[in-house]
Design a protein around this ligand. Structure first.
Ligand SMILES: [Zn+2]
Ligand SMILES: [Zn+2]
Length: 176
């Protein structure tokens, strides 16, 4: 766990109130006490995390067959999502984590239905943009296509194992 800095704390609180306000208006949460989610501590992931944009950590010894918001140790959000530029996607991510916190542990059909009910319809697109942004930020290598000039920033070299997704040519490595 990383302790959020004061400005991150403020940002997280703003994000929480935006998401909770929107949840109040969502039909799917009509019968749910979402107010209780305000009690969950929010924190940040490590800045160089690339795989996860948010995570819900459960308290040790929680009964996984009957999870409730009070079983949540904390919810962590990627610190780079706290930039204004990503605010719409950050709200989607926090809503995703709040679905977990309300007792839906797995990304099953019901979970995906609840997730899709979020009013921001471009969230999935923003999600892949954020993934690319993190890759670029953490890249040590650029995989390049010498046929169509596409570039794919990555942490590790491709070592001839990957092809260009557009033209099927084997990618070459270039160190940054
Ligand atoms: Zn999840
Ligand atoms: Zn290509």
């Amino acid at each position: 766990m990383v302790k959020p800095k004061p400005d991150q704390k403020l940002r997280l609180e703003q994000l929480r109130s935006i998401v909770l306000d929107l949840m109040q208006d969502m039909d799917i949460w009509n019968e749910t006490n979402t107010e209780i989610l305000t009690k969950i501590n929010l924190g940040v992931l490590r800045i160089n995390a690339t795989q996860r944009h948010g995570v819900t950590r459960w308290k040790k010894g929680s009964d996984i067959s009957n999870l409730e918001p009070s079983d949540v140790e904390e919810i962590n959000i990627h610190p780079l999502l706290l930039d204004d530029k990503w605010s719409a996607y950050a709200a989607f991510v926090l809503h995703h984590e709040y679905i977990h916190a309300l007792g839906f542990r797995e990304h099953d059909k019901q979970f995906r239905f609840l997730e899709k009910s979020w009013p921001g319809s471009k969230a999935v697109k923003h999600g892949s943009e954020f993934t690319e942004f993190l890759r670029l930020k953490n890249a040590k290598w650029i995989w390049t296509c010498q046929n169509c000039n596409k570039e794919f920033p990555r942490k590790k070299p491709s070592k001839g194992r990957y092809k260009c997704r557009d033209c099927d040519t084997i990618l070459k490595d270039r160190k940054i």
